[in-house]
Design a protein around this ligand. Structure first.
Ligand code: 3H9
Length: 703
């Protein structure tokens, strides 16, 4: 057939096998191979056809690398048409993950069987797309409108038994020998003279859909979509599945798919898909770098952070010992963990019995000696370098040789912490984000002396506990927090210049940030930044700088925890409300220091808050703190809720144009001063050469 698709006749069944590692994506050769195989099977003595995949999974979707390139024949709809119109029943045999175009291939088949561990789904929405090969038309025809809409707009896969319940597949094969089971099933269908079941022949009764259902779905999805445009179009497609005949529904789907696949939102989300995977690759570490076994973990500190980290390990069945200074602190820590698990159970996301088994994996101690057999320790105490050094010296004394000693510090120097031990090669940063059991990012920090296998292990264990990992070198604040400085500063400067807090936050929330910077300050506590500023000696002596943050804290308005900060908060619901008193105060403070306020556009708000991120990102690249521009995007999307549909700050900068970013920074420098705006040399260079960060990244990767 072709290099990646083969065809053989086994007894009376034709078997098409796809073999396109790693995930059997539907590259042109695969599409062509399946198409040819289906056609030739029509001519031989086979009585049914099984579509099977070699390797770790059934087809996991279209080949994402082909999007944005000129289309190559045959297109997927043509292949699906050939399958659906086959004169002999085609049976999809599913293992691993049948996703996107892969699941759509199976929906064009007449029957679908799967092994119990298989999953099926339509995750296109996670790439800013919709299922473009009939998924939006076929799924509601067999699973019902609501189930299909939920599945396609969430993008989440379902396991084989659930898929069977939903009508998405027809049979779960007993045991793990899929090929034998599928052959057996095909023979049974032939023996029973089973009809050619084409999903296209099913019509949906419109009266089964409540009046106003689609409008309500649109509204609900718009609230959670944050700048993403695919959800709304998915609703339109499913509406078409109800209202239009199959062919017209497919046409509508194709039209909307093409709009999405050429949109900047989908390009950004595809960028993040590949960036997430690239971030796990360490430039100077071979793929086969050995890793250390992690079977038992200790966490130092049972606060919110330590508790959240402990949950991450317990969730994947790894026993954890949590160390606190006394029994009272330990009981408090265990209480927080239990409360968090209970909330998860109440939300229906965890069965109650699993909660008990996970909690049972977390043990408390106040005695360092009990850490003598753990494979990994993560210190998560408050940000005090001396205290951290003391703890690491103690760990050095009790932990077995080869144990990895990690710090969850957000700022401190990993090399100094490592120097407090006799084994700096075993010391690494593992920076989790709060709440640690929820946030996806794990920023691993490589010290000067960290051993290769320690880095490789930190990346591997991160993946195991469900995190998206990125690697940083040592600097104050590492990649993520170091970049934040200018973002917070400008959000407050804008107030002095004439904005209200609502205006600043709304502009950034419209851009797609989950929460504007001032509301975020209120959530974190304005006193935190206030105290940190007091400890710094390097800040310019400028009355404008952080003026409102300072004034509010000195009035006792520390943010949500005191019921007011930049905003007022409803004591019951915590709903944020603008505060006329703060707005008047801002005007007064600006007048006191002689700042003339003016109208400020959303465009200026976005530029002043986001361009400092980009500029610092460029410095971080030049210094080799981040491995590549796309790693910075991964940090921001998964750790700081930067909108995925914008692709992270560096991708966004490339879209705006580096020259435009550079020119604006120069304009702000000339207006507001060099102490705040100093274009990074790399940004200046690339702007002048007309290049993008992505191009620079590729050049570096190749060199
Ligand atoms: C679609 O189907 C559109 C249609 O509706 C309409 C068409 C007309 N293409 O994730 P991993 C690479 S949209 C190309 O580390 P895992 C990946 O980059 C698609 N490459 O493995 C990585 O490369 P490398 C809908 C792909 O075991 C390697 O495979 N489908 C694709 O942790 C291993 O990946 C999806 O959105 C692809 N489709 O997870 C599914 N998929 O080794 C996307 C993967 O060089 N894929 N690669 O870094 C996944 O969710 C996961 O890869 C999967 C395996 C769960 C399958």
């Amino acid at each position: 057939m072709s290099e990646v698709v083969s065809y053989e006749l086994i007894d009376n069944i034709g078997v098409i096998s796809v073999n396109n590692p790693p995930v059997n994506a539907l590259a042109q050769v695969v599409r062509e191979g399946i198409h040819t195989a289906i056609q030739s099977a029509q001519q031989d003595e086979s009585e049914a056809i099984v579509l099977y995949c070699e390797g770790r999974t059934f087809i996991a979707g279209a080949d994402i690398t082909e999007f944005g390139k000129p289309p190559q024949e045959p297109g997927l709809p043509v292949v699906l048409g050939a399958i659906e119109n086959s004169s002999k029943a085609v049976i999809a045999a599913i293992h691993g993950t049948a996703l996107g175009g892969g699941f759509e291939v199976s929906l064009a088949c007449h029957y679908r069987c799967a092994i119990p561990s298989a999953k099926v789904g339509l995750p296109e929405v996670k790439l800013g797309l919709l299922p473009g090969a009939g998924g939006t038309q076929r799924a509601p025809r067999i699973a019902g409108v609501k189930a299909a809409l939920d599945m396609i707009t969430s993008g989440n896969p379902v396991g084989a038994s659930k898929a069977l319940e939903m009508g998405l597949i027809d049979k779960v094969i007993d045991g793990s020998d899929l090929k034998a089971g599928a052959l057996q099933y095909a023979k049974e269908l032939v023996g029973a003279d089973a009809p050619l079941r084409r999903i296209r022949d099913i019509t949906i009764d419109p009266s089964t859909v409540e009046e106003g259902y689609f409008e309500a779905a649109r509204k609900q999805l718009a609230r959670r979509a944050r700048g993403q445009i695919a959800q709304d179009k998915i609703v339109s497609c499913i509406e078409a599945a109800v209202e239009l005949p199959m062919d017209q529904g497919l046409e509508r789907e194709r039209e909307l798919f093409v709009e999405l696949v050429t949109s900047p939102e989908s390009a950004a989300m595809r960028h993040i898909f590949f960036a997430e995977r690239l971030a796990t690759k360490i430039k100077d570490l071979p793929k086969d770098t050995p890793t250390r076994e992690i079977n038992k973990v200790a966490i130092i500190g049972g606060g919110t952070m330590g508790g959240g980290i402990a949950m991450c390990f317990a969730n994947v069945g790894i026993p954890v010992t949590m160390l606190e200074i006394n029994d009272e602190a330990l009981a408090r820590g265990m209480g927080i963990i239990e409360k968090n698990y209970k909330i998860t159970v109440q939300k229906g996301k965890l069965p109650e019995d699993q909660m008990a088994s996970r909690i049972a994996l977390i043990n408390g101690t106040t005695n360092y000696e009990e850490l003598n057999d753990v494979d990994l320790v993560i210190e998560a105490v408050f940000e005090n370098l001396e205290l951290k050094k003391e703890i690491f010296a103690k760990l050095d004394g009790v932990c077995k040789q080869g144990a990895i000693l990690a710090s969850n510090t957000s700022y401190q120097d990993i090399d100094q912490i490592a120097a407090a031990t006799s084994r700096p090669q075993d010391v690494v940063g593992m920076h989790f984000f709060s709440p640690a059991n929820v946030m996806k990012l794990l920023e691993n920090v490589r010290g000067e002396k960290t051993a290769d296998d320690v880095i490789a292990t930190a990346m591997k264990i991160g993946k195991k506990i469900g995190k998206v990992c990125a690697l940083s070198r040592v600097c104050y604040g590492f990649i993520g927090n170091r970049m934040l400085g200018g973002y917070g500063r400008e959000s407050q400067m804008l107030l002095m210049d004439g904005c209200t807090p609502v205006q600043v936050d709304s502009a950034l929330e419209k851009f797609g940030m989950a929460m504007g910077p001032l509301a975020m300050g209120d959530l974190a506590g304005l006193d935190v930044g206030y105290k940190a500023r007091q400890a710094r000696t390097d800040l310019p002596d400028d009355p404008k700088l952080y003026r409102m943050g300072t004034v509010l804290v000195e009035m006792g308005r520390h943010g949500q925890k005191t019921g007011s900060g930049f905003y007022q908060y409803d004591p019951e619901t915590r709903r944020r409300m603008s505060d006329p008193e703060v707005e008047a105060m801002i005007k007064d403070e600006a007048a006191k220091i002689g700042v003339e306020q003016r109208e400020i556009s959303d465009e200026e708000i976005i530029a002043r808050c986001l361009y400092p991120l980009i500029n610092e990102g460029a410095k971080i690249l030049e210094e080799g703190i981040a491995q590549r521009p796309s790693d910075i995007d991964v940090v921001y999307v998964f750790g700081y809720a930067f909108p995925v549909a914008k692709g992270g700050p560096m991708h966004y900068a490339d879209q705006v144009g580096l020259k435009n970013v550079y020119d604006k920074i120069c304009e702000y420098r000339d207006r507001d001063g060099e102490q705040y705006w100093q274009p990074a040399p790399l940004l200046e260079k690339l702007a002048k050469e007309g290049k993008t960060f992505a191009q620079w990244g590729r050049e570096q990767e190749a060199s």
